[in-house]
Write a protein that binds this ligand. Structure first.
Ligand code: BJW
Length: 310
């Protein structure tokens, strides 16, 4: 049953609210990339072989079996490289681009997008890096699990010979089938740190129990504290992982509208209670975002770009 709130799925009411918004924050999660073909973390799609994805995203799992964890990440690098940004990523990128100068009479929109996604699709949609914070890092960054070595933007696929199975489209189903036994990858065959030579390279993502980049968090806090945030878009996320989910409430002031955009909007636990200023839209974020943001970014054209029709 839809929540008893007049703003549930009400596009005209949201458009009116958006046109008065000066500062917009978005918190994005895996559901944004679902229609690009990438699985989410929780629920039915949240398994890789017979492992819960969230159980592989831990330093403990890497310490116990770095080869298994690397195969999981090598597979996700491969899938992400083969995926294309969808209309939701492009609409947010356009909001970042257009928001600043949307017309003298209406004033500027200051937009910041916090994404928990590590798949690179925001960047490939052309989202201005200054308007984007990747809270959980990137699949395409590498770091040493022992020292401070970091490499940004490594798109090698396969990353190395021992991870080739995750990058071969033929036979990929065998890798994914939990009934097929997986040959363990010896530690020596995994990529080592070029700096300390002892540590293993690992994905440049944030695992459970690890801290997010402190400077990035300070920047987000500064942006939130600068002035009231009018609209917080909560897009395709279960909003259960901290500190990311906490930003929704950190940004909430007396006049803020929280706008849930989720396939299962009624069941985003942390957001179950809609306040009188809040909105919820149930559906695919890739379909909804271009329509929701249309008053600022313009109508989506047939070629997937935004703006006034010629
Ligand atoms: C669609 C859709 C469509 C589907 N359209 N929608 C305070 C209280 C309690 C615990 C903690 C706390 N502070 C810290 C913690 C511990 C922990 C935590 O939050 N645990 C909770 C689970 C309870 N947090 C941490 O450990 C963080 N570190 C930290 O805080 O350090 C300091 C500290 C440590 C320890 C104690 C205290 C302080 C780090 C968190 C790192 C999370 N890492 C991961 C993996 C990243 C790398 C990788 O990608 O592999 O991040 S876990 C995973 O969850 C990933 C995601 O970014 C994150 C969020 O998931 P997301 O994106 O919301 O996905 P789903 O699957 O949950 O939801 C998808 C949604 O989309 C669903 O709602 C669908 O309905 C919807 N959907 N299709 C629209 N087409």
């Amino acid at each position: 049953m839809p929540p008893a709130n007049p703003f549930y799925n009400s596009l005209p009411a949201f458009h009116a609210r958006l046109l008065t918004a000066r500062r917009i924050l978005a918190l994005c999660g895996a559901g944004l990339s679902a229609s690009s073909g990438l699985p989410t973390f929780r629920g039915a799609g949240g398994y890789w072989r017979n492992h819960e994805a969230t159980a592989l995203a831990t330093p403990e799992a890497f310490a116990a079996d770095p080869g298994l964890v690397w195969l999981f990440y090598a597979y996700r690098r491969h899938m992400a490289l083969g995926a294309r940004p969808n209309a939701g990523h492009r609409a947010l990128a356009e909001l970042a681009r257009k928001g600043r100068g949307r017309g003298k009479g209406q004033g500027e929109v200051d937009f910041l997008c916090l994404s928990q996604n590590v798949d690179g699709l925001h960047q490939r949609a052309g989202h201005d890096a200054e308007r984007l914070r990747l809270l959980h890092g990137s699949l395409f960054d590498l770091k040493c699990h022992r020292c401070d070595w970091v490499e940004r933007g490594n798109f090698d696929d396969p990353l190395c010979d021992s991870l080739r199975a995750a990058s071969e489209d033929v036979g990929l189903e065998r890798l994914l089938d939990p009934k097929e036994e997986l040959a363990g990858i010896p530690r020596e065959e995994l990529p080592h740190c070029p700096k300390c030579k002892i540590g293993l390279q690992r994905p440049g993502v944030v695992w459970f129990g690890e801290s997010l980049d402190a400077e990035m968090l300070r920047e987000v806090d500064r942006w939130i504290d600068e002035d009231e945030v009018d609209v917080v878009l909560v897009i395709g996320t279960s909003a259960v992982v901290q500190p990311a989910a906490g930003y929704v409430y950190e940004a909430q002031g007396p006049g803020t509208s929280i706008v849930t955009v989720n396939l299962d909007a009624e069941n985003v636990e942390a957001l179950a209670e809609l306040g009188p200023r809040d909105f919820a839209f149930a559906g695919d974020a890739a379909e909804l975002l271009p329509k929701l943001l249309e008053p600022v970014i313009g109508r989506m054209k047939e070629d997937g770009t935004f703006g006034a029709e010629e």
